[in-house]
Design a binder for this molecule. Structure first.
Ligand code: CP
Length: 317
């Protein structure tokens, strides 16, 4: 297996099956540190640079929290408007990264342009972690989700997935690539204008992913062991910032996971994931049901970022 030390985490297309399991093994070693709310000194000589060109609550703060848990340091920006990339100069990724690499030892980047972290990785001499790039990918989120499934269900292979939401979403792309390494059939449910692109479908076929599409969650939920939901009412991910204006439409029933639907149609031991933020696709009364696992997912988000930071910085092999 390739070493993770010094490696960029840009895409789950690049991940091999044994690498997923290695990451999950290391995550299980990290978990007690996070669960005990301890800070250790594993990365005390290291600094994480956060370069966020798009808003984030979880991805940026989970990386920062992970770095603190491992005794490291953090610097960075949460809004490009405060940098020369977001003002008159529109400073390029290359010029920005050629500076940032001297300010720390690893960079986590979120960007509104698909491929921006890959461009950064071309120029940086330190690892780049993709914290979400436009409609591209969100590898650390899906590693978190797969780890959550492993911890909650005890296995990944043999589980049937239902993915609901906007299939242009970066999480859906990383999920499709990741499931190519597991025995996990998946059913996608999306509005017609947010369906799988022909290009992505071709890739899924090329990677031997067992997938199908249906038009309503009611047609697929009974078979699902893992239900992963994303909003269909959401901002434009190709913009640096997309403010809400006026009234928003509600999520159609086809793409909503309600308590009644879970009670009447879902497997009793299915689990429900949502990377959040949510709109109305998972109503609040679902939170206190046996299906919801999104708060466990949030905790695992810190564990997974601890794992990836420790691996790419060579503190764990
Ligand atoms: N799940 C996720 O990526 O959340 P943020 O946009 O808050 O980082």
């Amino acid at each position: 297996m390739r070493s993770f030390a010094g490696r960029d985490i840009l895409s789950l297309k690049e991940f091999e099956r044994n690498e997923f399991f290695h990451v999950f093994d290391v995550a299980q070693k990290m978990e007690p540190i996070a669960r005990a709310r301890k800070n250790v000194d594993m990365l005390k000589e290291k600094t994480l640079v956060t370069a966020f060109y798009q808003p984030s609550t979880r991805t940026r703060l989970a990386h920062e929290a992970a770095m603190h848990r491992l005794g490291g340091h953090v610097c960075g920006f949460a809004d490009p408007k405060m940098t020369r990339a977001g003002d008159f100069y529109q400073e390029s990724i290359k010029d920005t990264v050629k500076m940032l690499e001297y300010y720390g030892d690893v960079i986590v980047m979120r960007h509104f342009q698909q491929g921006a972290p890959h461009e950064a990785a071309k120029w940086a001499s330190i690892p780049i972690i993709n914290g979400g790039d436009g409609w591209g990918e969100h590898p650390t989120q899906i590693l978190t989700d797969l780890y959550t499934v492993l911890r909650e269900k005890g296995r990944i292979d043999g589980l049937k997935w239902l993915a609901v939401g906007d299939m242009r979403m970066r999480t859906m792309h990383s999920l499709g690539y990741a499931l190519s390494q597991f025995d996990c059939p998946i059913t996608f449910v999306a509005p017609p204008d947010m369906g799988l692109t022909d290009e992505f479908k071709a890739e899924l076929k090329q990677y031997s992913v067992d997938f199908k599409e249906v038009d309503h969650v009611e047609k697929a939920i009974a078979d699902a062991d893992v239900i992963l939901v994303e909003p269909v009412v959401q901002p434009d991910y190709t913009k640096s910032r997309d403010e809400r204006t006026g009234e928003l439409s509600l999520t159609p029933a086809n793409y909503r996971i309600t308590r009644e639907l879970l009670e009447t149609k879902a497997k009793s031991d299915a689990i429900l994931l949502h990377s959040l933020p949510r709109m109305d696709e998972v109503p609040l009364d679902v939170d206190i049901t046996r299906w919801s696992r999104y708060w466990q997912e949030a905790f695992n988000g810190v564990v997974m970022r601890m794992t990836l930071l420790a691996l790419v910085l060579g503190a764990m092999e």
